[in-house]
Design a binder for this molecule. Sequence first.
Ligand code: CIZ
Length: 431
Amino acid sequence: MTITASVDLTIRDITAGSAEGETCTPELAAAPWTFDTQPPGYGPGASLGDVLPTGSPRQGALPAFYRTASPVELDRRIRDAKRVLGDRLVILGHFYQRDEVVQYADYVGDSFQLANAAKARTDADAIVFCGVHFMAETADLLSAPDQAVILPNLAAGCSMADMADIDQVEECWEQLMELYGSEPDADGRVPVIPVTYMNSSAALKGFCGRNGGIVCTSSNARTVLEWAFERGQRVLFFPDQHLGRNTAKAMGVPIDAMPLWNPHRALGGNDESGLEDARVILWHGFCSVHRRFTVDQIDRARAAHRGVRVIVHPECPMPVVDAADESGSTDYITKAIAAAPAGSTFAIGTEINLVQRLAAEYPQHTIFCLDDVICPCSTMYRIHPGYLAWVLDELVAGRIVNRITVGDDVSVPARIALERMLAARPPVPAA
Ligand code: CIZ
């Protein structure tokens, strides 16, 4: 296996970030196991300052061989295992995953596309998800009960998903029910509909299923909010405040009708009258990678590249989305670049591995990341070829390690919330 140019570049930039006092270190890419056994934390990278909840899955020590093997040896083992396991194995690689891992994936895409790809591969006994924990849970929800979903490194969580846990959401719900009651209005709309972003634990998807709510992705957030407003007077949106705010604002919801809910304060830090007038109650969560993008970076990109098209992810803060030309999901960004005339210039506000891969795939365009001090997703980087080789060797030996399983008490309502999302359709425009 050769380390690709894009990865070298990423490691160099991580190092540069570290030299400038950023929270990154080249060890995140080269030896993520260094952080598995250290005191709880996400490790270096964009999420370093976020609080890792107690009870998050912990990765045991990776056997020494996989920590010390050369890239060539790991490559040989992964390819051999894939050959032996054949169609019984499917490997999924998230768009944000590093290239040294993505090269082995049978499918590359966003979390929902990948979970659906897994669902379609009924011949596979093992689904190895090279992404983060909530993605593997979603694949388990959508796959058949006899298919094992494996996350190569259990420390690959998601700091945004961890910002809303089930106890906090239940407590918030209790306070809202006390304030609003549960009686529908004259149009039959209940006081609140819970909406969870796909980037959340299965427990929160289950909560939505049990309480008349729904799941959304960054591609369908508007359709899902429209679904919710048909059925409810207001929405409780978690965990990503930015996706909720950007989507609702584009639908015409005034900013002052979108209070923030801080789970550590009574009534989320709001007074009753502010909550009475709320249309969307936004959970105080965010993505630490997308939070790094700024309006200043956009101004600098425009000054340096005439005609640049700035596309940012809707997990970016509202002023950044407002200053960009467009905002959209990873799928939107990928399709926009594929459809552009040759010679286009793009400044992209999303995770670096996707941006660098798009730049390599479309040499006819100029494509760069808005954030020039690259500080990557701390948790995606926890998947290294060493972990992939380990879980595959174990499968060849007939053992399943790092299986992610969602219990029936959660999976049954969580599937209901996912099915509501799949059934939600944009309203038909009036003739
Ligand atoms: O859903 C996903 O995979 C993520 C993290 C974002 C997106 O826009 O696809």
